[in-house]
Design a protein around this ligand. Structure first.
Ligand code: AMP
Length: 209
């Protein structure tokens, strides 16, 4: 099984949900730069204070900050699931200098679907469980199905910020599809299916190798 995995795709494609399930199935290390940054913001660290303005606008935090933050976490890890990193070609090139990558799973979703999903997304404050108020299994009482924690709407899941995040994705991150395509390690999955169906396809790719 290929153990060094990148989940690539626009915001709202389901990278976080897939990463959590993949961790349960494989035991690999989950590294979400968005989660790491939100933790820095919550702890009011210097890094968090500097990153916050970029995040609130839906812009990317500068490459050097992100690369420094992730470098130590990847370290000598035998395997990992990267979720939200790399997001630029410069980040991908820096990653290539740190370690090699086995699989890039590109979860495709178009602009309208991204906006519809993110405006109705909710996240558990305690365990990070991700849900959608429009889905069938949505909690109706505002509590997390997994741990009972409070569900909240991320600050950057507001329509105008979402639109900017999608534009930033197209401009800065989508070029990674061609970058990893050329390396022959990219597999595309249709993100507009049930999350369970997406997981089956991802597992078929990573378990085949
Ligand atoms: P996410 O949770 O992946 O949607 O990330 C939330 C926000 O954190 C993004 O909109 C960016 O402002 C910032 N961020 C997360 N990962 C990166 C990255 N790899 N490069 C630059 N900014 C990032």
């Amino acid at each position: 099984m290929g153990r060094r995995i990148i989940l690539l795709g626009p915001p709202g494609a389901g990278k976080g949900t897939q990463a959590k399930w993949l961790v349960e199935k494989t035991g690999l290390l989950h590294l979400s730069t968005g989660d790491l940054l939100r933790d820095e913001v919550a702890r009011r660290t210097e890094l968090g204070m500097n990153a916050r303005a970029f995040m609130d606008r839906g812009d990317l935090v500068p490459d050097d900050v992100i690369i420094e933050m992730i470098r130590g976490k990847i370290g000598d890890a035998e395997g990992f699931i990267l979720d939200g990193f790399p997001r630029t070609v410069a980040q991908a090139e820096a990653l290539a200098r740190i370690t090699h990558v086995d699989h890039v799973l590109y979860i495709a979703l178009d602009r309208e679907q991204v906006i519809a999903r993110l405006t109705s997304r909710r996240v558990c404050r305690d365990c990070g469980w991700i849900t959608n108020i429009l889905s069938n299994d949505a909690a109706t009482d505002g509590a997390c199905r997994d741990c009972g924690g409070e569900l909240y709407q991320r600050d950057d899941d507001r329509r105008e910020v979402i639109e900017n995040r999608f534009d930033v994705y197209i401009g800065a991150t989508a070029p990674l599809i061609a970058y990893y395509g050329k390396l022959g390690i990219l597999s595309e999955v249709d993100g507009n299916q049930s999350p369970e169906a997406v997981l089956v396809q991802i597992l078929a790719v990573v378990e085949a190798a």
